[in-house]
Design a protein around this ligand. Sequence first.
Ligand SMILES: Nc1ncnc2c1ncn2[C@@H]1O[C@H](COP(=O)(O)OP(=O)(O)O)[C@@H](O)[C@H]1O
Ligand SMILES: C[C@H](O)[C@H](O)[C@@H](O)C(=O)COP(=O)(O)O
Ligand SMILES: [Mg+2]
Length: 487
Amino acid sequence: MKKHIAVDIGASSGRLVVGTYENGKIFLKEIYRFPNGIEERNDNYFWNIEKLIAEMINGLEAAKKEGINECTLGIDTWGVDYALIDVASNRIQEIYAYRDERTQSAIQNVKKQKSLKDIYKKIGIQFLSFNTLFQLYVHDKKELAKAHKILLVPDYLYYRLSSKLISEKTNASTTQLLNLETKDYDEELLQLIGVKREQFETLTEPGESLGPIKESIRKKYDIPQCEFICVATHDTASAVLGVPGTEKNFAYLCSGTWSLMGVENKSPIANEQSYNMNYTNEWGAYGTYRFLKNIMGLWLIQEVRRQLEKEYSFADLVTEAKKIKPFQFLIDCNDECFLKPENMVTEVQRYCQKSGQLVPQTAGELARCIFDSLALMYRKTLKELTLLNEYPIHSLHVVGGGVQNELLCQLTADVAEIPVIAGPIESTALGNIIVQMISCGELANLAEARKVIRESFPIKTYQPAPIHQLDEIDEQFTQLTSGTLGG
Ligand SMILES: Nc1ncnc2c1ncn2[C@@H]1O[C@H](COP(=O)(O)OP(=O)(O)O)[C@@H](O)[C@H]1O
Ligand SMILES: C[C@H](O)[C@H](O)[C@@H](O)C(=O)COP(=O)(O)O
Ligand SMILES: [Mg+2]
């Protein structure tokens, strides 16, 4: 029976998960997990890429200890961030984290040179200050000119372990540089940022075989004989593949550090309305488009927990939040002030004060404020998705770590007035693994894979319950998110 390993590295944690397919079912086993997070050095934020590579090797050693002697291997991580390598394959800079403030004014500066609407029409990607387009726009030009290749993080990890140079499509689309017409990097935007096309590799399709792990690594560590397969290397693209959406018109919420809420379309939607509402068409695997929106997500509670010296587990914070009367404190979770504040507790408190609300003080009140606000943002986003897609959405699949937050799952069902189908938690690793299984011929296609997922993993459905005065609460949140409440 074939063994497939997914390396899934999100912004808060990484994990190695082994997947097998037998008797019509998929089995997953997490074999290694490690923390991830951004590191501050000289007022900038970076990823510790060498630590992540060391942790991947630790995970492969753990796999060997579990008796896995050979496997296929796929890597997925967060989007937008990149490594620069010179012609001798040396990495020539630390890898900036997308929460670094260096791109804060990049969009405003690009706007002076190029209409944002024109960019959106041809690229179809939401404007986020940290997209690769804007990171490269501000990147030191001398250093950029020294780069033989620009590799997004998962491409760089594949390169370091297999020597294969790739530019995997789903993650490449998060750069906001891929042209929807030409299906390649956009020459005009490359010129704008001072990058040559050959500095990016040829676009690579998920499912492609990339060959074995480097012999030098095989000799140095006691790890399985790994054959690399290019998966949907943007973790959200893999997460969407792992959504057991077998019904028509389903929406998904990939609930992790970020909340990514959207639908899976066969063609992009890049029009005036989707531009004004800032929706994105990230490329999916198998010719699909992930029409979605980034919502600040569980980053908010991660940072509150960190500020409270991790005195509370995530489960504790849910327990504390359950004790608090709902909807007393609300924030616009997508306000830029929450992207990387010094202190998330004081930032949330300041926001509530400024908008004339009660101010959350305790861990439970802060957690309640975040969960209520996320649920209301999910309601707002679902309404926008229905409008932009011009078809009704009948169910919302929630996948990722947020599946474990039962309060938020129920709140989402109640506030969005839609059944929430929660699970699997590790949908990203699962999506990574099903591409490997399809590539190896164990599964025929995505439709079959989703059917098997539905039959292999526990899925919990939360039915919506009525909320007293929901319309008034929604009105208050609408004013808040249009910046009118409290000035
Ligand atoms: N036991 C739990 N109860 C409630 N929420 C949880 C629990 N475990 C994890 N979470 C939530 O899941 C989030 C992590 O989700 P995950 O998908 O692993 O993130 P990422 O892939 O971005 O690192 C945490 O920030 C937390 O909010
Ligand atoms: C910065 C991007 O929007 C981000 O990569 C997002 O798409 C993503 O990948 C989130 O993954 P997490 O697992 O870190 O929430
Ligand atoms: Mg994740």
